[in-house]
Design a protein around this ligand. Structure first.
Ligand code: CA
Length: 231
């Protein structure tokens, strides 16, 4: 795979440089812009593979820019991750409606950001993205429906496989039981929410033998999350 290029639009220089450093270390090519005007100029010059766009910018809101880019047929396909501050959490949903492919709330770790970027790149790639998804040595192969830890195959039932596939393509986000039912079983099947817990337990048990059960995390009162970070 060729090197992916990320354009970071963030006016706060220390934050921008910290993100750029983390992404370069993860093997991305990185360009930086300090406001929307600068970003538009750079986008006209050459399109990156993904735009990392801060919400609060001095000349125009990042959300406004995201909407404009999604309306323009030249830039419609450009994946966008919005960066938001805590106070703006209530606006997250409208950010997604406005055309961002995902969002991240500050502060976040470089690892978390890289995981999210890779997930968005996979989702937005033509044809549904890579067949092979990897987190820290746990590899899910969508072509063969197999999960491997190093050389060893992780034995999974079909539901646990679908569950893990969903988690690995949507990392670092909390999903409620209802959301998981909807996304993994589909909305038109009647399954009780506690069925989710049964399959989570089975998935964890299967992963435990290979030391990967910590990736499937319980978030009390909220649901479950697949994460490379500690709880
Ligand atoms: Ca800002």
């Amino acid at each position: 795979m060729s090197t992916r290029e990320i354009l970071i639009v963030e006016d706060e220089r220390p934050i921008r440089e910290m993100i750029a450093y983390g992404l370069r270390r993860a093997g991305f090519d990185v360009r930086e812009a300090e406001d929307c005007r600068d970003a538009k100029k750079q986008l006209a010059d050459r399109q990156p593979d993904l735009l990392l766009l801060d919400w609060m910018l001095p000349d125009m809101s990042g959300l406004e820019l995201a909407k404009n880019l999604k309306r323009d047929k030249e830039t419609r396909e450009l994946p966008i991750i919005m960066l938001t501050a805590r106070a703006e959490e209530a606006d997250k949903v409208s950010g997604l409606e406005g055309g961002a492919d995902d969002y991240m709330t500050k502060p976040f770790s470089p690892r978390e950001l890289v995981a999210r970027i890779n997930a968005v790149l996979r989702r937005t790639e033509p044809g549904g993205g890579d067949d092979r998804i990897e987190f820290e040595g746990l590899v899910l192969d969508r072509a063969s429906h197999r999960v491997a830890a190093g050389e060893r195959i992780v034995p999974l039932g079909p539901t646990e496989y679908r569950m893990l596939e969903f988690f690995m393509t949507h990392p670092e986000r909390v999903y409620s039981r209802a959301q998981l039912l909807d996304r993994i079983w589909g909305g038109n099947v009647y399954v009780e929410e506690r069925t989710i817990d049964v399959h989570i337990r089975r998935l964890r048990k299967a992963l435990e033998a290979f030391g990967f059960d910590h990736l499937v995390q319980t978030v009390r009162g909220a649901g479950y999350r697949f994460s490379v970070r500690a709880h």
